[in-house]
Design a protein around this ligand. Structure first.
Ligand code: HEC
Length: 143
């Protein structure tokens, strides 16, 4: 059905039809859901916005501030969806600062943290679409 009627509810149905026609979202990070280039951009944004607290190598020197690698990554990230981590960071980090980074920058930082923790990269950049991010599970990288 290609006809779109301009009433709010029906237009939504029309939009859903378009979405269904696209490729399904990957189900886990094993598929390689972001690019190295994106993770590199994320590294620069991490240095500028997060490293002062969480450390250059994702290891913080302050006991009050969690690492973002090793055990902290294993327990805080593996088994969650990318959306969960993306939304948490977007809503709360850096603490006590009004949201100030664009969504795509937050997501690039998330891909950097994933890459740093040996989650595989792939051919296509990840977009800041929460509905898609909700479907992608963070899976432990191969040993
Ligand atoms: C001013 C210091 C500071 C800055 C800057 C900061 N954080 Fe945090 N972060 C904290 C503190 C303190 C906590 C622990 C308290 C909490 O969870 O709210 C935390 C917690 C976190 C957690 C949860 C860790 C876990 O294991 O549950 C993540 C993820 C995180 N920060 C990511 C980031 C990212 C990404 C940035 C940059 C956009 C950032 N933080 C910037 C201080 C900071």
């Amino acid at each position: 059905m290609t006809k779109c009627i301009s009433m709010a509810g029906l237009a939504l149905i029309c939009g859903t039809g378009v979405l269904l026609a696209q490729e399904p979202a990957p189900k886990s990070t094993t598929a390689g859901v972001f690019t190295d280039e994106q993770a590199k951009r994320g590294a620069a944004a991490y240095s500028a916005n997060c490293a002062a607290c969480h450390g250059a190598e994702l290891r913080s020197s302050d006991r009050e501030i969690p690492h973002l690698t090793e055990k902290s990554f294993k327990f805080g990230w593996i088994g969650k969806t990318i959306a969960e981590r993306f939304e948490f960071i977007r809503e709360t980090m850096p603490p006590k600062v009004e949201k100030k980074l664009p969504d795509q920058v937050y997501l690039d930082i998330v891909t950097y943290i994933l890459r740093f923790n040996k989650i595989p990269s792939g051919d296509r950049p990840l977009k800041a679409d929460v509905e898609i991010l909700k479907q992608i599970l963070i899976e432990a990288p191969p040993d």
